[in-house]
Design a protein around this ligand. Structure first.
Ligand code: ZN
Length: 207
C-alpha cells in the first residue's frame, strides 16, 4: 500500500487514502473483479460524496496470464530497474496505460482471450467507418473494448458521445482481418518492454 492524495473535482476538498502499489490477482484473486468493475479505483469525496475514478500508480500482475500492466497517470515512466527485470520475463505481455479506464479495458481484452494491439486496430477501422457516415469528429471517439457477445463472438465497443454512452458491434471477421494485417507488418507490432498500445500507437502505424 501507499498513500495517495485526491482532490474532489466537484467541491475542491482533498483527502488521503491507502492505495495498492501492486495488484497480484494470483495472490489476491478477489482483486480481479474489483479491477474489472472499477470499484478498486473508486474514491468517494469525504466532504460531498462525489465518486471519482481515481488515478494512481499501480502495477497490475496476472502471473497465470503472463500479463503486467503499469498504470502510470500523468506521463510518469516506470522505474527503470523494475522495467528491465520485467522485460526479461519470457512470454510476458508488458503494457503501460495512463488511466484506470484503460487498465480495466486491457484486463477485459486479455480475459476475453484477445490481443490488445489487434483490438486497437479494430477500433481504428471502426472510427474511420463511423467517420464516413457521421463526419470527422468520429475519429476522436474514445472507444473501449466492452465485451464479446453472442455465439459469433461479436466485439462490443463502447464510447461516450454527446453526453451518453453508446455501443457499436463489429463482426469477429474484422478482428481476424486486423490480426492478419499486424502479422504481415511485424514492424508495426508493439515495441519490446513496457509498451503503450493505444490510439496514439495505432496512429503511428498509419501516418
Ligand atoms: Zn467533494
Amino acid at each position: 500500500m501507499s498513500r495517495a492524495r485526491f482532490i474532489c473535482r466537484r467541491c475542491g476538498a482533498s483527502w488521503e487514502a491507502d492505495v495498492p502499489e501492486s495488484i497480484n490477482v494470483s495472490e489476491h484473486p478477489e482483486l480481479k473483479e474489483k479491477v474489472r468493475d472499477g470499484s478498486l479505483f473508486i474514491q468517494e469525496c469525504p466532504s460531498c460524496g462525489e465518486r471519482h475514478l481515481a488515478q494512481y500508480q499501480t502495477l497490475y500482475h496476472d502471473p497465470e496470464a503472463s500479463l503486467l500492466i503499469w498504470l502510470l497517470p500523468g506521463g510518469a515512466e516506470p522505474p527503470s530497474g523494475v522495467a528491465s527485470i520485467a522485460s526479461q520475463l519470457p512470454g510476458y505481455t508488458l503494457r503501460i496505460v495512463r488511466d484506470a479506464g484503460s487498465l480495466i479495458e486491457k484486463v477485459n481484452i486479455h480475459d476475453a482471450g484477445l490481443d490488445d494491439a489487434t483490438v486497437e486496430l479494430c477500433k481504428y477501422v471502426t472510427r474511420h467507418e463511423l467517420a464516413e457516415k457521421q463526419g470527422a469528429k468520429a475519429l476522436e471517439l474514445n472507444m473501449k473494448f466492452y465485451r464479446l457477445q453472442g455465439a459469433d463472438n461479436e466485439i462490443v465497443l463502447s464510447f461516450p458521445m454527446d453526453g451518453a454512452m453508446h455501443a457499436v458491434n463489429i463482426g469477429f471477421n474484422v478482428y481476424e482481418d486486423c490480426s492478419a494485417i499486424l502479422l504481415r507488418n511485424p514492424d508495426a507490432m508493439p515495441s519490446e518492454g513496457f509498451a503503450r498500445v493505444d490510439s496514439d500507437w495505432v496512429d503511428t502505424i498509419f501516418k
